[in-house]
Design a protein around this ligand. Sequence first.
Ligand code: PMP
Ligand code: GLN
Length: 391
Amino acid sequence: MKPTNPVFTGIETTIFETMSRLAMAHDAVNLGQGFPDVDGPLDIREAAGKALVDGPNQYPPMLGLPELRLAVASANKRFYGLDIDWQSQVIVTSGATEALADCIMALVEPGDEVILIEPLYDCYLPLVKRAGGIPVRLRVTPPSWSLDLEALKAAFSPKTKALLINNPMNPAAKVFSDEELSAIASLCVEHDVYAICDEVYEHLVFDGAAHRPLMTYPGMAERSLRIGSAGKTFSLTGWKVGYITGAPHLIDPIAKAHQYVTFTTPPNLQKAVAFGLAKGNDYYDGLADDLAGKRDLMAKGLEALGFKVLPCAATYFLTCDITGLGIGETDVEACQRMVEEAGVAVVPVSAFYGGEAPTNFIRFCFCKQDHVIEEAMTRLSNWIAPAAIAS
Ligand code: PMP
Ligand code: GLN
């Protein structure tokens, strides 16, 4: 038979699905895939339930329900001072993943270079390749995960069409600095490059720090696409409701991609997310504070076990250096052993690279109930301590 498309043929199932399947098979505490183990606010879920029962449950407008597009526009004003016209500058999508696919399909032509920053989220590379784009990979390096500004400059060429940035960044748990964002913005302007900004962790930023969208930098409003996800903002990852904000001339072709990918998103979920976005600052502050507390609980537990825990300014994730722990030669081996022998599932950071990758970092997800984090630490302690005594 004729070959199926090589970008997707024979590639591995995502590391998140793989580790969740292994977690189930080994009855492990799942600290792999990034999802909270308590669902988000009851009133948002009730709003979705009521809208489901009351209806209508027919196709909503292709760009999204007006009330959700209005809510996205006003959230942009409220949090970042951005003036967004809800009718021409917002598209509701079925998750940030669809938003990424729509943006890449609408902007990238075969032969265009697209700058990506490793460690990178799993769908970026295949989506860019499937669009015919040529990925140009840069990296931020642990433990500080800072961006080499000379390398950044060198990554731009006359063929660069777009830069894709994940800020705050999974799995590095990094918030890009003002210096880094300013450098990215001025290079995008200088080289006439679009910025696809995956900002799904925009509200999961800790220790009083604030997220600043690349779109707010000089010259970036007309060339940036800002992607958010209700899954992250409301701890409802299974809902897959995302939103894109951008200039009308970019939203127009992206809407044309969206119309043939999903066309629309369940109306009851859209209504409920509109309700959620209008929540007071106490909700947003509480979400970040609660997660920061979990981060600290897990970091303390891991450090006591000998893991070198890297700084974490945002997201759901803690990255640890496993060098010298004796739990595996590589991150992949350590993760495999940890799920099978300790009953704790985590993710190898090398999975977030398209080429040669560091193999001494693993990622723990901390958006879990405190007793679940404690159970994982107990399991790890029971596993690591005898190994340490034996060696
Ligand atoms: N981007 C990043 C960086 C992510 O970690 C995730 C995981 N949720 C997504 C995009 C996908 O978001 P969604 O579930 O809304 O599609
Ligand atoms: N974003 C989640 C993570 O990084 C995974 C989402 C998924 O499984 N597709 O863990």
